[in-house]
Design a protein around this ligand. Sequence first.
Ligand code: HEM
Length: 489
Amino acid sequence: MGPRSPVTTGKVELEDVQGIVRSGYGTLPEAVFLILTIADPASAKAWLASAPVTNAAFQKQIPSALHVALTSGGLRRIGLSEEALASFPAEFKSGMSGDESRTRRLGDLGPSAPQSWTWGGPENAPVDVVAMLYAEAGALVDWRRLVETPSFFAGFHLVRELRTGLMDGREPFGFADGLSQPSIDWIRDTRSQENDEYHYRDRIAAGEMVLGYTNEYGLVTDRPFVPEQADPHGVLRAFVGDDRRDLGANGSYLVIRQLEQDVTGFWQFLESVGGSRQAAEQLAEKMVGRARSGTPLAAVESKASTVHEPSNDFDFDGDPDGITCPLGAHIRRANPRNADIPGGTQSRLSGLLRQLGLPRPLPRTDVIASARFHRILRRGRKYDPSQETGDMSGGLYFVCLNANIARQFEFIQNAWLESSKFGGLSSESDPIVGSRVPLLDGSRTDSFTCQTNGAPNRIESLPSFVTVRGGAYFFLPGLRALQYLAALP
Ligand code: HEM
């Protein structure tokens, strides 16, 4: 049996999973992410062995939390063997900025090119480790003092200190954020593993976020391992049926991107196009797909105005032509909320027509892959401009978790957000985060269309409002795996 074979049944081992997979710590308003390189591997490992990393088994509100994750460079630096490193996926090994074709696919071009990043670029400020600290109001300084022991200072060099802004549930453009999240089947109730091909649902298998469990394909996602002899004390769980040890079990992959937002430029542009503040507000809502308050445009329409609050209980089946929520709106691109056979509840018909070899009623939807294989858990926090850190504009530290970076984060970023072919649209990319850089053949990607019952309202020459300033891919080990790494010779 290979690494795809199931190893556990029963509930997810929450005590071995880092708590950030279970919670975004909305009740801990202060946070700082320390971007580090390893200065002295022995001291770094001594710190890792004793760091008070928070697990996911908490029952009630906790006053503080700490999470630790490593890049492939960081794993190599603390002595993980090349054989073990080779078992990690290609995108993790090369890193977010490590290969030109990936850079293009992610849209990290022009002003967002990794060469100008302040951290995580290929030549500038590489990253080994991130330590993420969260605390109750006023408690972060003390928490940090506790975490930063002498072995921390001896082990690491601080590359960047990512200070997050006040948590108020709004991203810098002013929209309610962090609303839609997949709901994870922690208890691994078999019902949720039955694949419903016809309806979109929010519940996803634990293996979509945590390594070592069954995913939405009914398989265990590939995960890193070490040979049995490299784990003489049996710290790691064994694979079923062979002699490898599971380094990935209860771990996840963490993506961090520093996304600077041009808030002034955003609102100035929309006012110049709309002609008034009110028109600018309406256009911004269309671009996001939700009102500022979080009310989804699609839900208000489909539930006959009964929904006036942030909600996730909606899909786009009732709005196939994008009249209520534009086809290219950020939330519609980031999660099209479709089922396995495109077209949502119309899919039975669509599936039947396909079987009969007849043309489908909505060929547009066929280019959108099933949403349940491309979900991410978002854990982002905003940041403010600061003279001290050199960030002249604020923005979002986009943070997400997933079990397969290529199939989840990179797919969303590339095939849905950056793609100028999404949903039958052309010459446009995501109106919020799109890079707007022309394609290799020179085609433009800087329009945004609001579909209407008459002629579509098309906005041309949309500037780019978001610039990438840094980023990296990390492995977020389970707690046993962290102890294993801390004890590497
Ligand atoms: C500065 C950049 C960004 C801003 C301002 C932004 C803003 C927002 C807002 C306002 C929402 C709606 C509220 C919510 O459901 O939380 C949202 C949803 C979402 N965003 Fe972004 N976002 C940004 C970047 C990204 C990136 C880079 C990705 C992924 C690669 C992403 C993926 C998502 C997803 C998956 C949703 C939920 C969609 C749904 O399930 O309805 N966002 N974003």
